[in-house]
Design a binder for this molecule. Structure first.
Ligand SMILES: O=C(O)C(=O)CO
Length: 333
């Protein structure tokens, strides 16, 4: 009966690369309208703002696979029947939360299910940046191996201090994964001490202390007004010369011009980024000229299982949201 009552509700999926597992759940209950384009397609085949504005009118829920901003204009275009937005991501910095709240529109995200996948990428970035994968791969490609017994050497994780900025799900999963690497000390910072930290042997400290003491600094915080450009020329200046900065959060946590200068002048040792501003990073971007930068195209959650889990979680949030049940992972209940 419930199924029949919801079947005429329109649910928009913002991209064509939303997993079938999520579509199946949605199609059982709703009329699904999906963008024919992917988020980062070939030029011209990318879901763009106009395409999304055409899709959303009359919808009851938006399943947001892209990072296009959820704006007033988009919500106005969708219409007053819109009840909820399910972003298929942990981060929701692209959603205008105050505006959604003011309109009484629910918002769900997909935390937790992606923590291990993102943490694996954090570990990969640590290894890639510490062991100079960018310049080493470049040597292999050129057929000239410049690495020698005492040249081109990397940094050890063993006995290092690892500082986690944001000991949430991803930060905790990163510490767990690194615990076999004989790390000397884990530090973390954030708004408050976390009860989980004790079992992880992670010590709470200030951002300044963490920056000054850490050999590896992992950014695993959401992007907010408070965290935007938290890594800038001042905070980079507090880091050790051998510091390695890792970012699996959002590109805008880092002032990239300041990072470029710090890496170029070897004020810090290296950086590993899964997120940049903009995305994609233009192929002639100055950051890409740096041998001590290891960069990936935002693949944190990009595994088969994790993307399926995210899709199904978002779909189940929509079912709950449109049938008067509590959201499973609410941002705005
Ligand atoms: O979930 C997120 O916020 C991500 O960036 C992973 O795709």
């Amino acid at each position: 009966l419930l199924v029949n009552m919801t079947k005429n509700l329109k649910v928009v999926v913002s991209s064509n690369d939303y997993p079938e597992s999520g579509l199946e759940v949605l199609r059982e209950h709703f009329t699904v309208v999906q963008s024919p384009y992917s988020h980062f397609g070939e030029e011209g085949a990318t879901t763009n703002k106009e395409e999304l504005l055409k899709l959303v009118p009359g919808s009851s829920a938006l399943v947001w696979v892209t990072h296009h901003p959820i704006t007033k204009e988009l919500l106005d275009t969708a219409g007053p029947q819109l009840k909820m937005v399910a972003t298929v991501s942990a981060g929701y910095n692209h959603c205008n939360v105050p505006e959604l709240k003011a309109r009484g529109i629910k918002l769900a995200n997909t935390p937790n299910v992606l923590s291990s996948a993102v943490a694996e990428v954090a570990v990969g970035l640590i290894l890639g940046a510490a062991r100079r994968f960018t310049e080493n791969l470049e040597q292999v490609r050129r057929g000239v191996w410049e690495i020698s017994f005492d040249k081109g050497l990397g940094q050890d994780i063993r006995d290092s201090t690892v500082g986690i900025v944001g000991l949430g799900g991803i930060g905790q999963a990163t510490v767990k994964r690194l615990s076999g690497f004989e790390v000397g000390k884990f530090l973390y910072t954030g708004h408050r001490e976390k009860p989980e930290a004790k079992a992880l042997n992670a010590e709470f400290t200030t951002l300044d202390n963490l920056l000054q003491q850490s050999d590896f600094i992992v950014l695993a915080v959401p992007l907010t007004d408070e965290t935007r450009h938290m890594i800038n020329s001042t905070t980079l200046g507090k880091m050790k010369k051998n510091a390695i900065l890792i970012n699996v959060g959002r590109g805008d946590l880092v002032d990239q011009d300041a990072l470029y200068e710090a890496l170029k002048n070897k004020n810090i040792y290296a950086a590993g980024l899964d997120v940049t501003t903009p995305e994609p990073l233009p192929k002639d971007h100055k950051l890409l000229t740096l041998p001590n930068l290891f960069v990936l195209p935002h693949i944190g959650s990009a595994t088969v299982r994790t993307r399926n889990d995210m899709a199904v979680l978002a779909a189940n949030n929509v079912i709950n949201g449109l049938t008067g049940k509590p959201l499973i992972t609410p941002v705005l209940p």
